[in-house]
Design a protein around this ligand. Structure first.
Ligand SMILES: Cc1cc2nc3c(=O)[nH]c(=O)nc-3n(C[C@H](O)[C@H](O)[C@H](O)COP(=O)(O)O)c2cc1C
Length: 223
């Protein structure tokens, strides 16, 4: 499977087969985490890989009793280390980079799972304290997400996505110049960029011409 295919094929899976996942595949999933980018390569995250039923129950309870979580072969708790982030990058490292670093890790794992024919789900709804206790997390660390992995027992449709022209803009946020983006599709991006840049050149040419005319008019008036 190529990368774009895996990105598009990934779905949140909330129903898993009672079929063990090969350790090799789980190792590939957690190994993919290590290749995620982190601010300044500080890698201030940790994972707890959970396989035992009793521990899965604790985690599902911590996730506001999302019972389906227990049906996953493996649950991975993703942890950020704000203190490490702060040491390197002060408040920005503590509050922003720590979360960005750990969430890049999560996405890598989801794609690695999809690539190997596994279902997965990112869970963000949990009670911090209960989740902390369920994996015995030290005070200074922060639970950032939970990922379930297993063989899928459902085939959900892709939930609708907002049309790209409403969320992806050229050059400036919410630019009125989103006309060329209509019908945009990722493969058409280069043509779209080219058309837009030509349209901008034409517009710039007209403005330049108008400015020239204005200057000439002013000069004639002063004569
Ligand atoms: C930050 C975050 C938190 C999420 N939390 C939950 C959750 O607690 N429970 C759940 O079932 N799905 C959760 N999801 C999965 C989303 O519901 C899902 O990604 C979204 O509906 C789009 O579906 P898709 O993943 O199949 O594209 C979460 C996703 C993200 C990114």
């Amino acid at each position: 499977m190529d990368t774009l295919e895996a990105i598009k094929k990934r779905r949140s899976i909330r129903k898993y087969k009672d079929q063990p996942v090969e350790w090799e595949k789980i190792v590939n999933v957690v190994d993919a985490a290590r290749f995620a980018p982190t601010s300044g390569n500080i890698q201030n995250w940790k994972l707890v890989v959970v396989k035992e039923t009793a521990n899965k129950k604790l985690i599902s309870h911590a996730c506001y009793d999302q019972k389906w979580i227990e049906s996953a072969d493996t649950i991975i708790v993703v942890i950020g280390q704000p203190a490490v982030g702060a040491r390197f990058y002060s408040g920005r490292g503590e509050h922003l980079y720590t979360i960005q670093n750990a969430t890049a890790v999560i996405e890598n794992m989801l794609i690695a799972a999809t690539d190997q024919g596994l279902g997965s789900c990112w869970i963000g709804a949990f009670d911090d304290d209960l989740l902390r206790r369920s994996v015995m997390l030290p005070e200074e660390d922060l639970p950032i997400g939970v990922v379930t992995v297993g063989y899928s027992d459902e085939d959900p449709d892709m939930p609708p996505r907002i049309e790209p022209q409403h969320m992806i803009f050229l050059e400036k946020f919410n630019a009125k110049r989103k006309l060329p983006m209509r019908g945009y599709y990722s493969q058409k991006m280069p043509q779209t960029m080219e058309r837009t840049s030509k349209a901008l050149d034409r517009a710039a040419g007209k403005i330049k011409q108008k400015f020239q005319e204005f200057k000439e008019k002013q000069a004639n008036k002063q004569k």
